[in-house]
Design a protein around this ligand. Structure first.
Ligand code: PEP
Ligand code: MG
Length: 906
C-alpha cells in the first residue's frame, strides 16, 4: 500500500519542498521549514494522491490510512506532550488544505479541532485562560458548521441564509446589545452563551447536532478539506487558471498554536519583500489576540508589521517592531533565512503564542510585473540567484504590464465596468468617445484625447485609429482589423464589445439603456477587455533601466530567433528597440493605409478599378516607385537583417473608395463616370472574401501585380547594394495551396530578377523565396511546397480559420459560449491550438524538412507573440517567431524560457 501520510516537526520531516505535487505547497514547505530548524508546530500531511483515492472510494478511509493517521498523530502528541481528546492535556489541531499550486482562499481550513466540553476544562487548566478557550470553541463551531456541515455536504440553505451568516448575525446582535465594538470585548459568559446558541441553530438547520466528539471532528474536518477541492469556488478557480481536476489537494493536520491567548499573542501574514514594488523591505500585517482568518477577513484593520509597512490606513496603529521587538527580530531572522534558502520572495504566515513565534506557512509569493523585475535584478546583484534563474523569474505576461501604462488596479477594484469585450490591444487608456475616424483626427488635432468607437474598423479608419488613445469596437475578434492594427502599434484596444449599441449618425451609443454622447469620457483596460465610464487613475509604465538589463540577460539563453511584423521605417525602428532580429512579416498592403499613403492608395485604387490590362499596367507603372520607396525605407532601417516582404494579400474590394469625394477622384483619373466606379467596385464584392480572390490568387489572375511588387523589392535591394548597404529581402507568397502556384510565382520572380540585375549592372541580388503556410492543404503538401521554396512562414491566423472553419472576423459571437461550455479551452486565435492546428504545423515542418534539410521555418500569425505558442514553436524546431513590435520582449522571454526548460528536461 502506498504511503499516504508524511510527518514533520521537531527539526525533521519526511518530505521536503520538492514534493509540492504530492504534499501540496503548504505541506511541502512546512516540511522544508521544519528541516531548516524553523519553529514549525508539528503535524502531518495526507497526500494529494490520497485525495484522488478518497473520491474514488466514495469518501471513505481504508484501514491502512486510518492507521497511518493515528501513528502520525501519536508522534505529534509526543512532541507536544499533549494528547488528542485528552481531558487533562488536550491537543488541538488545524486541518488545512493545500494544492500543488496556490489557490488563494478557494479551499477550506478548520481550526481548533478537538475542542469540546470534555476537553475544555483541561485546556482552561493548562492555559489558565478561560476567555481564550471559549473564544476558540465559538470559532470552531462557526467554522466547522460552515465548512464541514454545510459546504462539504453541499447543503443549500433552504431559507437563503448560509449558516456562517446566521451565526455571525447572532454574534453581531449580541455585540450590538452589549454595545461592544469588537469581539475581543465579549466576556467568557457571552462566549459560552454564544456557543450554546450556535449549537441550537445548527441542530435546527441541519437536523444533526454539532459533533462534540474529537474523533468525529478530526475525520469530519479532513474529509471537508478534501471535498473543498470540488467546492464551487475551487472548481471555477481551476477553470480560470487551467488547473487539472486530477491534481487534488493535500490535507495538512498540524498542532494548533494560538494567537488569541491575550495581548502577548498575535497572528500575521507577511511578504519577505514588498510584492508591489519589489523593494527589499519586509512587508506585512498582524493582529494582536487573533487567529489567522481575522487578518484577512477585513473586520479589523490589521496593524503594520514595521515602519516600512505603514500607510494612510494603518499608520496610527502600532507595529510589531514596536510592540514585540524581540519577536520581530526573530521573525526578521526567519525572513532572512527563508530568502537565503529559497532564493526567492516568500509569502509567510505566522502566529505568536505568548511571545513565542511559530511559522504556519511559507510559499513563493505572488508579485506584480514591476516587483518581479526589480527583485530578479536585485537578487542577481546580491548573488542570491544566477543569470539563468533570473531569466525565469518573470512570466512573459508580466512583461506586458511593464510595457504599457495601465489602469490602477485599485481604482478598477472600486469601479464596475460598463462593458466588456475581447482584450485586443494591451494597457490602459482614457479618452473622450468619438464615432468616426475623421472626428478622431479632428479632435486629436485640437489637442484632445479620444477613444475611437466603431461598429468595426476598416482600412479607411486607420488615420483615426492612429490619432485615438484607444479603439473600442462592438464587433470583431482577436484577429479583426482593429485588433491587428492596434496590437501592432501597442495601442489599447477592445473589440467585440457586443453590448454597445452604436448610432454613428446620432454620434451616441447605448449600453444597457444608458446613452453616452460624443465627448463623454471612457477608460479602457485593453489587457482585460473592460470599459469604464469616466476617467480612472492610471499608472505610468516608466522606462525602467532594469528592464533593458533583464532583456539582455534573457537573450543570453534564447536560441530561437525573434522578428517583428512591421511595415514602416518607424515600426522597424521600434522593432529594433524591442530586440527584433529581422522582419518576419511586411504586409505590403499596410503601405496603403498609413501616413503619407494618400497618393499610393489613390494609384492602387486606380489600378484595381481599371478594366483592361493596359489600364492596369499604366496604373501599376505609376504605383511602382512608391512600392520601391516604401520597401527600401524599411529595409534601410533593418540594414543587414532579413526583411520578409509579403506580396499583396487582401481581397481587392477592401481598397475600394466608399466616400463620394474619393470616388470622384478615381473616376476622373480613369476618365469614367462615378457610377461606373461604383459599378466596378460592386463587381469586386464577394460573398466569402476570406476564401475568395486574395493572396497569390491575385497574382494568378493579374500576374502584372506580382511582377510590379517583385520589381519594387528587387530594385530596392539593388539600389541598396549599389549604395554599399546590405539588404536581405525575403519574398513571401501568401495564401497558397499548391506548389504549382509557387512555380508560377518563381517564374515571374526569375524573369524580373534577370531584368533588374541587368539594369543595375549587378552580378547578383541576394534574396530568399518562400511561402506562407496558411491553408491546410499547403501544410499537407509541405514536401512539394518545400521543393520550390527557401522558407515557410506559418500564417496561423488563416491556418486557424481554415482548420476550424471559424471566421477570424466573426467568431466573437460564439467564442464566449464555446469557452463557457468548455468545447475549447482557449480562443484559438489567441493561443495556438496545439491539438488540431498543431498537427498541421508538425506535419508541415517535418515533411518540408524531409525534402529540404535547411528549410527555414517561422511563424508570423498573431500567435508569434503568445508565450505558450512561442514555446510550442521552439519545441517544433522553428528558426524564428515573428510578432508585433510591442510583443517582442514577451516572445524573447518565452523563447528563452522554453530553451532553459528544454535544457533542464534533457
Ligand atoms: C496569417 O494568416 O497568419 C497572417 C499572418 O496573415 P494575415 O493575418 O495578414 O492574413
Ligand atoms: Mg493570412
Amino acid at each position: 500500500m502506498a504511503k499516504f501520510v508524511y510527518t514533520f516537526g521537531n527539526g525533521i520531516a519526511e518530505g521536503d519542498s520538492s514534493q509540492t505535487n504530492l504534499l501540496g505547497g503548504k505541506g511541502a514547505n512546512l516540511a522544508e521549514m521544519s528541516k531548516l530548524g524553523l519553529p514549525v508546530p508539528p503535524g502531518f500531511t495526507i497526500t494529494t494522491d490520497f485525495c484522488n483515492e478518497y473520491f474514488k472510494n466514495g469518501g471513505t478511509y481504508p484501514e491502512s490510512v486510518v492507521a497511518e493517521v493515528e501513528k502520525a498523530l501519536k508522534e505529534v502528541e509526543e512532541i507536544m506532550d499533549l494528547k488528542y481528546g485528552d481531558p487533562d492535556a488536550p491537543l488541538l489541531v488545524s486541518c488545512r488544505s493545500g494544492a500543488r499550486q496556490s489557490m488563494p482562499g478557494m479551499m477550506e481550513t478548520v481550526l481548533n479541532v478537538g475542542l469540546c466540553p470534555a476537553t475544555i476544562p483541561g485546556l482552561i487548566k493548562k492555559t489558565g485562560n478561560e476567555w481564550f478557550v471559549y473564544d476558540a470553541y465559538r470559532r470552531l463551531i462557526m467554522m466547522y458548521s460552515d465548512v464541514v456541515m454545510e459546504k462539504a455536504e453541499e447543503v443549500e440553505p433552504t431559507d437563503g441564509q448560509e449558516i456562517r451568516i446566521k451565526l455571525e448575525n447572532i454574534m453581531e446582535d449580541l455585540k450590538l446589545d452589549k454595545g461592544y465594538e469588537s469581539e475581543t470585548e465579549l466576556t467568557v459568559d457571552d462566549l459560552s452563551f454564544l456557543c450554546e446558541e450556535f449549537k441550537k441553530v445548527i441542530l435546527e438547520t441541519f437536523g444533526t447536532p454539532f459533533p462534540d466528539d474529537p474523533k468525529e471532528q478530526l475525520w469530519g474536518s479532513i474529509g471537508a478539506v478534501f471535498k473543498s477541492w470540488h467546492g464551487k469556488k475551487a472548481n471555477s478557480y481551476r477553470k480560470i487558471e487551467g488547473i487539472p481536476d486530477e491534481w487534488g489537494t493535500a490535507c495538512t493536520v498540524m498542532s494548533m498554536v494560538f494567537g488569541n491567548m491575550g495581548d502577548t499573542s498575535a497572528t500575521g501574514v507577511a511578504f519577505t519583500r514588498n510584492p508591489a514594488t519589489g523593494e527589499d523591505k519586509f512587508y506585512g500585517e498582524w493582529l494582536v489576540n487573533a487567529q489567522g482568518e481575522d487578518v484577512v477577513a477585513g473586520y479589523r484593520t490589521p496593524n503594520p508589521l514595521n515602519d516600512d509597512t505603514k500607510n494612510d490606513q494603518n499608520k496610527h496603529l502600532s507595529s510589531l517592531q514596536q510592540m514585540m521587538p524581540k519577536v520581530y527580530e526573530e521573525l526578521y531572522d526567519v525572513r532572512n533565512k527563508l530568502e537565503q534558502h529559497y532564493k526567492d520572495m516568500l509569502d509567510i504566515e505566522f502566529t505568536i503564542q505568548e511571545e513565542k513565534l511559530f511559522m504556519l506557512q511559507c510559499r513563493v509569493g505572488k508579485r506584480t510585473g514591476a516587483a518581479a523585475l526589480n527583485m530578479a535584478i536585485e537578487m542577481l546583484d546580491n548573488n542570491l540567484i544566477d543569470e539563468k534563474t533570473c531569466a525565469t523569474r518573470l512570466k512573459p505576461a508580466q512583461l506586458d504590464e511593464l510595457l504599457h501604462p495601465i489602469v490602477n488596479p485599485e481604482a478598477e477594484e472600486k469601479t464596475d465596468p460598463v462593458a466588456k469585450g475581447l482584450p485586443a490591444g494591451p494597457g490602459g487608456a482614457i479618452g473622450r468617445i468619438v464615432f468616426t475616424a475623421e472626428d478622431a483626427v479632428k479632435w486629436y488635432k485640437e489637442g484632445k484625447e479620444v477613444v475611437l468607437v466603431r461598429e468595426e474598423t476598416n482600412p479607411e479608419d486607420v488615420e483615426g485609429m492612429r490619432a485615438a488613445n484607444a479603439i473600442l469596437t462592438a464587433k470583431g475578434g482577436m484577429t479583426s482589423h482593429a485588433a491587428l492594427v492596434a496590437r501592432g502599434w501597442g495601442k489599447c484596444c477592445i473589440v467585440g464589445a457586443s453590448m454597445l449599441e452604436i448610432n454613428t449618425q446620432a454620434k451616441e451609443l447605448k449600453i444597457g439603456g444608458k446613452v453616452y454622447k460624443e465627448g463623454d469620457t471612457f477608460t479602457l483596460n485593453g489587457t482585460r477587455g473592460l470599459v469604464y465610464e469616466g476617467s480612472l487613475d492610471m499608472l505610468d509604465a516608466t522606462e525602467n533601466p532594469n528592464f533593458k538589463r533583464y532583456m539582455s540577460i534573457v537573450d543570453k539563453f534564447r536560441t530561437m530567433g525573434v522578428r517583428s511584423n512591421a511595415e514602416t521605417p518607424k515600426d522597424a525602428k521600434t522593432s529594433l528597440d524591442h530586440g527584433a532580429e529581422g522582419i518576419g512579416l511586411f504586409r505590403t498592403e499596410h503601405m496603403f493605409y498609413g501616413e503619407d499613403a494618400e497618393q499610393p492608395l489613390f494609384l492602387l485604387r486606380k489600378m484595381i478599378l481599371s478594366s483592361t490590362e493596359d489600364e492596369r499596367r499604366m496604373a501599376l507603372d505609376e504605383l511602382a516607385p512608391y512600392v520601391k520607396r516604401d520597401i527600401k525605407a524599411t529595409m534601410e532601417v533593418m540594414n543587414g537583417l532579413p526583411v520578409t516582404i509579403r506580396l499583396l494579400d487582401p481581397p481587392l474590394h477592401e481598397f475600394i473608395p466608399h466616400g463620394k469625394e474619393k470616388q470622384e477622384e478615381v473616376a476622373k483619373a480613369l476618365g469614367i463616370d462615378v457610377s461606373e466606379v461604383i459599378r466596378r467596385g460592386e463587381g469586386l464584392q464577394e460573398s466569402n472574401p476570406m476564401m475568395g480572390h486574395r493572396g497569390f490568387r491575385l497574382g494568378v489572375t493579374y500576374p502584372e501585380i506580382t511582377e510590379m511588387q517583385i520589381k519594387g523589392i528587387l530594385e530596392a535591394a539593388a539600389e541598396m547594394t549599389r549604395e554599399g548597404k546590405n539588404p536581405k529581402p525575403e519574398i513571401m507568397v501568401p495564401v497558397t495551396c499548391d506548389a504549382k502556384e509557387l512555380v508560377l510565382a518563381r517564374k515571374i520572380t526569375d524573369k524580373v530578377y534577370n531584368l533588374v540585375k541587368e539594369s543595375y549592372g549587378l552580378d547578383n541580388i541576394d534574396f530568399l523565396f518562400g511561402t506562407m503556410i496558411e491553408i491546410p492543404r499547403a501544410a499537407l503538401l509541405a514536401h512539394e511546397m518545400a521543393e520550390v521554396t527557401d522558407f515557410f512562414s506559418f500564417g496561423t491566423n488563416d491556418l486557424t480559420q481554415m482548420t476550424y472553419g471559424f471566421s477570424r472576423d466573426d467568431s466573437d459571437v460564439f467564442m464566449g459560449p464555446y469557452l463557457d461550455y468548455e468545447i475549447i479551452d482557449s480562443d484559438p486565435f489567441q493561443t495556438l491550438d496545439q491539438k488540431g492546428v498543431g498537427q498541421l504545423i508538425t506535419y508541415g515542418v517535418e515533411r518540408g524538412r524531409q525534402v529540404k534539410k535547411d528549410l527555414k521555418v517561422g511563424i508570423c500569425g498573431e500567435h508569434g507573440g503568445d508565450p505558450a505558442s512561442v514555446e510550442y514553436c521552439f519545441e517544433k524546431g522553428f528558426d524564428y517567431v515573428s510578432c508585433s513590435a510591442f510583443r517582442l520582449p514577451i516572445a524573447r522571454l518565452a523563447a528563452a524560457q522554453a530553451a532553459i526548460k528544454a535544457e533542464k528536461n534533457k
